[in-house]
Write a protein that binds this ligand. Structure first.
Ligand code: GCW
Length: 676
């Protein structure tokens, strides 16, 4: 079988399909957003040729926010944006072969936001897919070209197609320059392009802006001049961007300035900004990612600092909390702040860019990780108080509900570097719209939209039958995606291990990394605590007592080594190397098998991919094949590095049915793991 597949550079993402027939559209209104909706229908229609579809903007009590009601002949919504979302849903159904029943679809979260960690000089913190799509470089960062506008429009369209409705345009390590009048003019230009697609613009702001940019003596949030400075700045922003979303703030974290520099609290700082934004409907997303080196357990600090402030924030402040208590690790339990802050709006922050998951080299589908997180039961309001329900307004009446993901988007032609990294952008959007979606469905949709031969390609003599494509491509590749995150956990840090990366770039292994003078919580030995007695961070009642931050029955469950889930074992417990695991093996042996299995899984992924070659255009096929090879090499380094390093403490042999290491520990320790 040989399909004539067109080479694809991946730029069209999951939006590749062209119409196969005509459609008649009935719509009594016209507007920029509705015109986009109509155009999309015409360009991508795959339904019956000549069919009629009605677009109706009319409120219905069942429809919430920008949700919609849809059947095969009609899309109804309260808002024009709702119509656009309905159109994308209809087209998705057509392209993925799902039937369209009468259904109402409402978004889980009101604000579904991408956080870009883009710097004004065009670089991206933790970006692995080229430079920024928004900022060029120091000299002409503020210029706007036609090419820029086309790219921003494509970006906005891709986001709208999966329900994303907000973008923070710059790094949380924010330059005060961001708020300069010159820069704000460019922000306006970007906002103008994003608006018709329903994307609101937000900015990360530097807390010291009044002093650094405004020349004031202080940035103390209770100082009258400072308050005035922010009010004036906010007015200026809204005069340019009337629907501006608000600020994202990283304060008193990793060297960033904040209210504590002036003896004030996070609440003082956040509320001052919230008051300035309030008259315009803006919000403050205040990050809870804080930790100081004085505390004995970094995993406890966000909770310790923020819980006492519960109820002290204005209602247009949302505390933005990373999914786990430490930092976007391959696996963490959920942050205990979810569900615990009952009088404050809380929003989850996920990381789409794979800082700690192989960057743009490894194929790791993150939906399974996010599903695990969103469906974690906090027990805060009884059984079934999942993180999703605690944050999406189902349980607590938050004034605003929101969710953010740190974007993996750059100037690379295919946007995300790895063709499969696009699936994570897609998955984030789909989950923010419906936080109950299953990873399996997301992978299924994305694969069909992204890889299925287009109707045009399928008109050749060698038409691929859907059943054949499903069997030979969809099923094995989907399976690979669904296993990929667990594979990464296995070959990087199984059984609750965390943060054992090589310093700074977070790609390769570095359980040994501990340069003299570096703060302990920036070195892996702080997290794995390996010695001849055993391994793991003791967070039980007799250890740091981080377990106490979880509500019963979780507190006891995590505290007791017998009931603690094995996936979190070394997160909560320090255990001897010969500790007997549930399967009967010693902890050491179990660890060895996890590393071995992780590597084996990647070797299997290589086979799966080579076998689907006939169904993939050469450009994308080769790219993925090449990346899988690198992933394999890196997985081997992880396995060898971790096992040989930890073996120095365990003193036990690597079980003999496991493949022997092929790397030398010394070499690995001296390697500088750059990403390629
Ligand atoms: O994960 C860490 C990253 C930093 C990042 C920080 C944060 C933007 O290594 O690069 O800074 O988190 O989330 O603030």
């Amino acid at each position: 079988m040989a399909l004539s597949l067109h080479a694809e550079n991946g730029h069209n993402l999951w939006l590749r399909s062209k119409s196969t027939g005509s459609v008649k559209i009935i719509c009594s209104k016209s507007s920029v957003t509705l015109n986009i909706a109509k155009q999309e229908l015409k360009n991508s229609w795959q339904g019956k040729s000549g069919a009629t579809i009605e677009l109706l903007v009319k409120s219905d009590p069942l429809i919430k926010g920008d949700g919609f009601k849809i059947n095969s002949g009609k899309i109804q919504a309260n808002t024009e944006l709702g119509i656009l979302y309905g159109v994308y849903e209809l087209l998705r159904h057509q392209q993925t072969g799902q039937s369209i029943n009468n259904e109402v679809s409402n978004p889980s979260y009101e604000r579904r936001i991408l956080d870009h960690w883009d710097n004004l000089n065009g670089t991206i913190e933790r970006g692995y897919a080229g430079l920024s799509i928004f900022w060029h470089n120091e000299k002409d960062s503020f210029t706007v070209t036609e090419k820029d506008k086309i790219l921003w429009q494509e970006y906005a369209r891709a986001n709208a197609s999966i329900g994303i409705n907000g973008a923070v345009l710059n790094n949380v390590n924010a330059s005060p320059q961001m708020l300069s009048s010159e820069c704000l003019k460019k922000v306006k230009a970007i906002a103008d392009v994003l608006r018709p697609f329903g994307i609101r613009t937000y900015l990360s702001v530097n807390f010291a802006s009044p002093a650094v940019l405004g020349g004031l003596k202080t940035s103390d949030p209770l100082d009258v001049e400072v308050i005035k400075w922010w009010e004036t700045k906010v007015k200026e922003i809204y005069s340019l961007i009337p629907d501006f979303g608000g600020f994202l703030v990283k304060a008193n974290s990793e060297g960033q300035p904040g209210p504590q520099d002036f003896g004030r609290t996070h609440a003082d700082g956040a509320n001052m900004m919230a008051d300035a934004l309030k008259p315009f409907g803006g919000i403050v997303m205040w990050r809870a990612f804080v930790y100081s080196q004085k505390e004995k357990d970094r995993a406890m600090q966000a909770y310790s600092e923020f819980m006492p402030l519960d109820g002290k924030f204005r209602n247009n402040v949302i505390i933005q909390v990373k999914n786990g208590p430490v930092d976007f690790q391959p696996r963490e339990p959920f942050s205990p702040l979810f569900g615990a802050m009952k009088k404050t709006s809380v929003m989850p922050e996920l990381q789409i860019t794979q800082e700690y998951l192989g960057q743009s080299i490894h194929m790791v589908f993150l939906a399974t990780m996010w599903e695990e997180f969103l469906q974690s039961d906090t027990y805060q309001e009884g059984i079934g108080s999942t993180v999703a329900r605690c944050t999406d307004g189902s349980i607590f009446q938050q004034k605003y509900t929101a969710i953010a993901g740190v974007a993996n988007i750059g100037l690379d032609t295919n946007w995300c570097g790895h063709p499969f990294a696009q699936a994570n952008w897609y998955a984030f959007g789909r989950l923010t719209w419906n936080d109950r979606l299953k990873s399996e469905q997301i992978a299924d949709e994305w694969l069909k939209l992204t890889f299925k031969p287009t109707a045009q390609e399928n008109k050749t003599e060698t038409t691929v039958l859907p059943i054949e494509w499903n069997h030979n491509f969809l099923i094995p590749v989907k399976q690979m995606m669904l296993e990929s995150r667990e594979a990464a956990v296995n070959y990087m840090m199984p059984l609750g291990l965390h943060h054992i990366f090589a310093g700074n770039n977070h790609y390769g292994p570095g359980p040994w990394y501990a340069p003299k003078g570096l703060r302990p919580d920036w070195t892996p030995p702080y997290y794995h605590q390996a010695d001849t007695n055993g391994i793991g961070f003791d967070r039980t009642q007799t250890g740091s007592n981080a377990v106490s931050q979880y509500r019963e029955p979780l507190n006891s469950k995590f505290n007791d080594v017998k009931t603690c889930p094995e996936i979190y074992l070394l997160w909560f417990h320090h255990l001897p190397w010969n500790y007997q695991m549930k399967r009967g093996r010693s902890l050491w042996a179990e660890m060895c098998y996890h590393y071995e299995n992780g590597l084996k899984q990647v070797r299997e992924f290589q086979k799966v991919w080579d076998k689907v070659q006939p169904y993939v255009d050469p450009e994308r096929f080769n790219l993925v094949q090449n990346k899988l090879r690198k992933q394999c090499i890196n997985a081997q380094e992880w396995k060898d590095g971790c096992l040989l390093y930890f073996q120095q403490f365990s003193g036990l042999p690597i079980p003999y049915d496991i493949e022997r290491p092929v790397n030398d520990l010394n070499d690995l320790e001296n390697r500088n793991f750059s990403k390629e």
